[in-house]
Design a binder for this molecule. Structure first.
Ligand code: BGC
Length: 747
């Protein structure tokens, strides 16, 4: 007995010591912050709340300002964004060190899916459902960025998104709150590493607070009109999860929420975030969003904009200059107390101390470390693995894939085959001194894979956009000479991203027509679809025998695609977002309500909730994705069928790999609360496991159902689990439910 408990006691002691150390450290940082604050003039304080764009690149509308250096010297700037590289960050920091109080600058950057080494766009990566892999890519991104002078990434973006017209769906984790919350947590942990202050940790910035993903009609920067219940139940949880993971900062958003711009929204920032949730870090505005409240029609001028934003809890003003121009006057006019400014400044200084910048402002400016980090071969491996894990196999008629490595002639056709930078996706960083050579194109990837017995033929066929079919004839000739055709089509990488909403989300140009011509040759055609969002491609879906949705996979795209094409990696990804059949079906998502007149099939659409001219089903549902092998689900067991609120049910299910290949399966657990004081969705993802099974192997996996998984926000916005009947569903997608049972929550 004694022997057994000794390690436990030791562990407890270590935890207590560690906790005491952390608290002591925080206390001493708080003291340091106070002592710096005491020395600051009002103007210097306001300076800390002011963030400028460096002139290197711009990620928003630029305000010309040739006095930035002078202002930094005067202590009027707290942070810069879009400054990258040790050399450039060092030179700006040197200017800050000429200021009276020598308060270091913070350098922020959109490191969204990698820094130099580029990873799959976040939506693609979300399809891996692989939390370890996701955490790892964020870790590598932070390692490279921090080595290159960056302190702070404007990521992760955790906006739930149900409208693929919105270009920014590429930046998030898709439509589901549960999956999105898990991924938000993993990404924050990845960016921030063990703790802020470590040499390879960058501060995370969870964005966009809040509900930006619900912009009406999927039009970027548009308004959001949403019930409080929807906000709390669907849109806020990923933010809370990121907070629980310890995110250092939040970014607010461009949209208004029910008529109040998020940047000036006291309910969101002051009441929920800093109040109810107790967030201790700081909030940065989105680019120019303080000033944009004038356009919203919520404030009259910059003075009122600054008043509204600072009162609501926005601590730092990105690029609008409203704080710089108006905060001092607002204090003078007694519209805001200095205490409000002090609170914001303390939060910002606290992070600068935690990052170790007061000890050494050039801590992240080591050129030798930068070189080593940017050329670490381990990072390439991480990128390749993450890319392979993000590819979704949508269709594989007659097991056309994987291709044999003995295939004699392969025709690789399409406008994206030889593209290089396209593979990087939207948010790539222009790292100084780095060209695009390290990005593996799809052509190169295939060349790396096939042996000397295989000949590879190429034709471009057409452009991504436009009506030009002049290349069709050559493409058809090339196809005729081949045993198999691979066609790589899709969007340009900058067709999905910020300010890239589209009303038409079909595959652009004549690319699907090219496919038609290639299919007419009678050759088997594998289609690769490159995109930043779910596209509509009914012709391809219905006629191509095999389809891989490759998204934008990053710098190892070519190698990862080749691995999947030839079965060196068995695809395992499942869609994190529903794919519609037509734009008219949008918004379309799996966890909808049943309605009073539910539609259950396409044959009968009369007097039920459906469109007369469109199927009730999406093209591909949330959670869908194939493998080269097959999985059987059996033997669903529950430890009990009735549970009280303080109890739990253990659910066991056996998964067997019944195919010829080893493979991974993402087993999804959904629940339906059959009767609720607030109507409950048809099903909600409540857990999942990604397991790896050898061909023929069977494994029993377990899930736990507890009160938390049964709870929702009731009309009074209380988080409750209501007694009653629940349906339990275990499946391979939100539609492909393999096993079901019922249980009851009793009083
Ligand atoms: C985007 C943010 C981004 C910021 C800085 C804004 O336009 O909405 O997500 O972090 O620019 O680049």
């Amino acid at each position: 007995m004694y022997r057994k408990s000794q390690p436990a006691v030791l562990l407890l002691l270590l935890i207590v010591i560690a906790f005491t150390n952390v608290t002591a450290q925080q206390k001493s940082i708080a003291q340091k912050v106070d002592s710096v604050l005491k020395l600051m003039t009002l103007e210097e304080k306001i300076g800390q709340m002011n963030q400028y764009n460096d002139d290197h690149t711009a990620t928003g509308p630029v305000t010309l300002d040739n006095k930035k250096q002078e202002q930094i010297k005067n202590g009027q700037v707290g942070s810069l964004l879009n400054t990258v590289g040790t050399e450039r960050t060092r030179s700006w920091q040197q200017i800050a060190m000429q200021s009276r109080l020598k308060i270091p600058l913070l350098f922020g950057q959109d490191v969204i899916h990698g820094y130099k080494t580029t990873f799959p766009i976040p939506l693609a990566e979300a399809c891996s459902w692989d939390l370890n892999a996701i955490q790892q890519t964020a870790r590598v991104a932070a390692t490279e960025a921090s080595a290159s002078g960056i302190h702070w990434t404007f990521a992760p973006m955790v906006d739930i998104a149900r409208d693929p017209r919105w270009g920014r769906v590429m930046e998030g984790a898709g439509e589901d709150t549960y999956l999105g919350s898990k991924i938000a947590y993993a990404r924050v942990k990845g960016f921030q590493g063990n703790k802020l202050g470590d040499i390879n940790a960058v501060m995370a910035c969870v964005k966009h607070f809040a509900a930006y993903g619900a912009a009406i009609g999927g039009r970027d920067y548009n308004s959001v009109d949403m019930s409080d219940r929807m906000l709390w139940e669907t849109y806020l949880p990923p933010f809370k999860s990121a907070l629980d993971a310890g995110t250092a900062t939040f970014m607010n958003s461009f949209n208004d929420l029910n008529g109040v711009p998020a940047t000036g929204n006291k309910y969101l920032q002051r009441d929920i975030l800093k109040g109810k949730w107790g967030f201790k870090g700081f909030v940065v505005s989105d680019w120019g969003s303080v000033g944009e409240m004038i356009n919203h029609g919520n404030v009259k001028n910059e003075y009122e904009a600054a008043l509204s934003a600072v009162t609501a809890g926005s601590d730092m003003d990105m690029e609008s200059r409203c704080y710089k121009n108006s905060l001092a006057q607002l204090v003078k006019d007694k519209k805001i107390p200095v205490a409000l400014i002090d609170d914001a400044v303390k939060r910002i200084l606290q992070k600068k101390f935690e990052m170790g910048l007061f000890d050494d402002p050039y801590k992240f400016c080591n050129a030798a470390r930068e070189q080593a980090a940017l050329n670490d071969p381990e990072h390439v491996k991480v990128a390749k693995e993450a890319a392979a894990k993000s590819i979704v196999l949508l269709k594989n008629q007659n097991n056309l894939l994987p291709l044999s490595k003995n295939t004699k002639t392969i025709a690789f056709i399409g406008p994206l085959v030889k593209a290089v930078k396209q593979n990087k996706g939207f948010w790539d960083v222009e790292v100084p001194g780095v060209d695009s050579n390290f990005i593996v194109s799809q052509w190169e990837g295939l060349q790396n894979k096939v042996g000397s017995n295989t000949s590879l033929l190429y034709a471009k066929g057409c452009d991504i956009e436009g009506n030009n079919k002049n290349g069709f004839a050559e493409a058809v000739e090339v196809a005729k000479q081949a045993d198999v055709v691979i066609l790589s089509i899709g969007e340009r990488r900058d067709m999905s991203g910020e300010a890239k909403s589209r009303s038409n989300i079909t595959i652009p140009g004549v690319q699907e027509e090219l496919l038609k011509e290639l299919l007419a040759t009678g050759k088997p055609v594998v289609v690769l679809i490159n995109a930043g969002r779910p596209l509509v491609f009914n012709y391809t879906a219905d006629n191509a025998p095999a389809i891989l949705y490759t998204w934008w996979l990053g710098s190892e795209a070519g190698n990862a695609i080749a691995d999947v094409l030839f079965g060196d990696y068995n695809p395992s990804a499942k869609l994190a977002m529903t794919f519609p059949r037509s734009v008219g079906q949008i918004p379309i998502y799996y966890n909808h309500f049943n309605t009073g007149r539910p539609a259950t099939n396409d044959a009968n659409r009369n007097y039920n909730s459906s469109y007369n001219d469109e199927s009730i089903f999406p093209k591909y549902e949330f959670g869908y994705g194939l493998s080269y092998t097959s999985f059987q689900y059996s033997n669903l067991q529950m430890s009990k069928k009735k549970l009280k609120a303080n109890e739990q049910i253990e659910v066991a299910v056996t998964i067997t790999n019944t195919g010829k290949y080893d493979g991974e399966e993402i087993v999804q657990l959904y629940l339906r609360d059959k009767v609720g004081s607030i109507v409950r969705p048809m099903k909600e993802l409540k857990d999942f496991q990604k397991i790896n099974l050898k061909a023929g192997e069977a494994r029993t996996i377990k899930f736990i159902i507890n009160k938390e998984k049964l709870s929702f926000f009731n009309q009074q916005l209380q988080w409750v689990a209501e007694p009653g009947d629940f349906e339990l569903m275990v499946g391979a997608s939100s539609k492909d439910i393999r096993l079901k049972d019922n249980f009851e929550l009793i009083k």
